[in-house]
Design a protein around this ligand. Sequence first.
Ligand SMILES: *Cc1c(COP(=O)(O)O)cnc(C)c1O
Length: 382
Amino acid sequence: MSKNPNDRHGSTIAAKASHFLDVHSGAVVPGIEPSTTYARDDRYNLINAANGYTRDDNPTFIHAERTIADLENGEECRLFASGMAAIAAIFYTLRPGSHVVIPDSMYWGAKSWLQTHCERQDIAITEYDAGDAQSIEVAMEGHTSTKIVWVETPSNPMMHVTDIAQAAEIAHAHGSMLCVDSTAATPVFTRPLDHGADLVVHSATKYLNGHSDVLSGAVVTREEHSLWQDLTQERHDAGALPGSFEAWLLLRGMRTLYVRVGAASANAQNIAEFLQQHKSVETVYYPGLESHPGHEIAKRQMDGGFGALLSFGVVGGKSAALAVASKLQLIVSATSLGGVETLIEHRHTLEPEENRIPENLLRLSVGIEQADDLIADLDSAL
Ligand SMILES: *Cc1c(COP(=O)(O)O)cnc(C)c1O
């Protein structure tokens, strides 16, 4: 696991999230700042120049943003109302006539929104093979205005691994920005900015918060380039911010980020190895397995584990997969990921046919329960 610039380990940054000492009360945890507006003095100056109106900023957001920026080794961070609001804010900065390059396999909510948005805004999209960063070069051929190369690694739900450093090199050679959706990897295992990315996006709804009770998103930048200035203005003016209670819950969740994600990832590795030798399982998609085509790249850019998401194909097709999901006693069938509880999902039911999600595929978001209990549940359902 990697260190941050001032040499504190990420687990220390997370545990100290919002490190605070209120000189008035002695509190070691910051309060929630619910006020939307802040008073001015008799000369009409703000009493505290940092606080004017909550759509600009808010002390609770700042605690969470500083923590996420430090975890990612970035310059600055902005919180958004959801992961999708964070992703949208990046693409809102593009002008008509721009071109973007996205992976063929990625979080479906983002891809589906992008297709609609880019069509309306006359922004061209080209897809590349998520498992082969070199194919980004091909996707750029014939385009002179590629503004964003998008990477999601490991990808959802097929668990493709994209080489961030290689993607960055190609993007930068074409004057384009590299944005990485690092929701699945988390800063515990990958810090994309250290591998050359310009922006990192998180659905903070997932691992950063970790308790399936907050909707939030974050963007972290390596430096304050012009896209970042446009993006922060976009958030300020269009106002896709979370509430201060959500930001506070996120801070609370992040204090245990390393122990949660470490335990969940160790469980996922155990479960992947169990599933791989099970006679009712056809294929296991998990970058921690040596058989995974992206394993070598994952070993290079993931440090300390391979994450807690995995997918597997059940022998017997769609009906067999649905039957397995329905027989589970401990593992809950539900969408989303990144919580302390293990969830299973049949993505084929939720995505359109053209996405070619195998009908027998089940995706697991592995939680922090005892691995033996999870394996026993899967074993009896299979
Ligand atoms: C969930 C998710 C998103 C969207 O985040 P929301 O908080 O649901 O808006 C984006 N990317 C990935 C990889 C996700 O898993």
